[in-house]
Design a protein around this ligand. Structure first.
Ligand SMILES: [Zn+2]
Length: 414
């Protein structure tokens, strides 16, 4: 067995063991605190609500272990088990050129893996979310979403893949620098067109109606010197009763989007506070930082891929007999998460630092107490656990644990 196959197996085993252990800790911790609402939330969250959040968290974490092992098993079958080689040789036998073969293999793989993942998204939507009363997705919406997603991947993804494979084959040793430029331009373009062209394929967008809520929001935007091309409400309630708010686009094409479910949960004071938090992410340059991080990691990733693909052992050690540009690309995308799983907690840490900064911004612009009551309302409605395991939370969570976040805000409200 090649050393690289061995390294791959060891890393995969380590990440599986770590994730399983963390899920074990999370379940135990949440269950241990199930019988009592934490002091900071006494009188705000009832015991029944707290217990529902605990049961929801435990159910999701328990279920999440299945795909953990399933995905690892599939990854082994695709690589060392010879699945990718089988797909590749089968399509090569059809006798198309290298480019067409590459695109058919990559799209074929994407189709097969989304079918293989289907049971889990079905179970999560129609069993778990349903059981806790969050699911609003109908079978029709589910199927339409899948078809639209597949069509988009085909219309946007296939031409992009074509360009990348062409660059890999034609541009010599420096292909990865050109590819990086194309990918960077492409992701900027996608951010630009997403709010106006893509998101409306999945949701209905309507401008927020004139009234007290809109004037409050506009006053806040003016106070913060923030220009956007509109405040919109989307029909998030078509899929789920979880509430959310976000910004999308950049430059003058920015949109502020509230889920209709969020508008139902919060009053105007609380909405203003939530929006101020989101504005904080912009003002503190978190969005730009996030983009820079992703461009940099893509640059480093492509440089590593450019080196790996020149070595035959990279293919052979991962179960692929015939080296090719598209196999290098596919193997790299499948296998790199196994080697970079320890970057996850670093990104989570960075994200939690940003959440504190955005909260601090909101506390300056509005009353911190409004954000506190808004967050408590969201924790309640979304059945988020108030008592996550500290290690689990440090590894995975993009937001600070509820009690920590609320305590920070309370310190700023005085
Ligand atoms: Zn945030």
């Amino acid at each position: 067995m090649h050393e690289f196959s061995l390294l791959f197996l060891v890393m995969l085993g380590m990440s599986l063991a770590l994730r399983f252990w963390l899920s074990q800790r999370q379940i135990r911790h949440v269950l241990a605190h199930r019988e009592q609402v934490p002091d900071a939330f006494a009188g705000k969250i009832s015991l029944a609500e707290h217990q529902k959040a605990a049961d929801y968290t435990v159910t999701k974490t328990r279920f999440g272990r299945l795909p953990l092992f399933y995905d690892a098993g599939l990854l082994l079958l695709w690589t060392l088990g010879g699945g990718l080689d089988w797909l590749d040789q089968g399509i090569r036998a059809l006798g198309y050129g290298e480019m067409v073969t590459g695109i058919v293999v990559l799209l074929g793989f994407a189709l097969l893996s989304s079918l293989l993942d289907l049971p889990f998204s079905l179970y999560s939507t129609f069993v778990i979310e349903e059981k806790f009363g969050f699911n609003r997705t109908t079978a029709k919406t589910f199927v339409l979403d899948m078809l639209k997603g597949a069509l988009l991947a085909l219309v946007i993804g296939a031409p992009l893949l074509y360009v990348i494979l062409w660059l890999m084959q034609q541009m010599g040793d420096m292909w990865w620098v050109y590819t990086w430029m194309v990918l960077t331009a492409f992701s900027l373009l996608m951010m630009w067109i997403y709010p106006t062209w893509i998101a409306p394929l999945f949701n209905k967008f309507e401008p927020l109606e004139d009234g007290a809520t809109l004037s409050r929001i506009q006053a806040l935007l003016a106070r913060c010197g923030f220009s956007s091309n509109g405040v919109f409400v989307i029909d998030g309630s078509r899929r789920s009763s979880h509430g959310n708010a976000y910004f999308s686009g950049f430059g003058r094409n920015k949109r502020i989007v509230f889920y209709d479910t969020l508008l139902k949960m919060l009053d105007d004071n609380q909405l203003e506070a939530v929006l101020a938090h989101e504005l904080g992410h912009f003002k503190k340059k978190h969005i730009v930082q996030g983009m820079l991080i992703s461009f940099t990691t893509t640059f480093v990733g492509l440089a590593i891929l450019a080196w790996l693909m020149k070595n035959d052992w990279f293919y052979h050690a991962l179960g692929v007999s015939t080296p090719s540009t598209y196999m290098a690309l596919l193997l790299f995308m499948m296998v790199s998460p196994v080697f970079t799983f320890m970057l996850g907690p670093l990104l989570s840490l960075f994200s939690r630092k940003n959440e504190f900064e955005a909260d601090a911004f909101a506390a300056e612009q509005t009353d911190a107490n409004n954000l506190i009551t808004a967050l408590v309302g969201l924790y309640r409605e979304n059945a988020s656990t108030l008592t996550p395991d500290p290690l689990y939370s440090a590894f995975y969570d993009s937001h600070p644990p509820a009690p920590v976040r609320i305590a920070h805000l309370q310190a700023q409200s005085r």
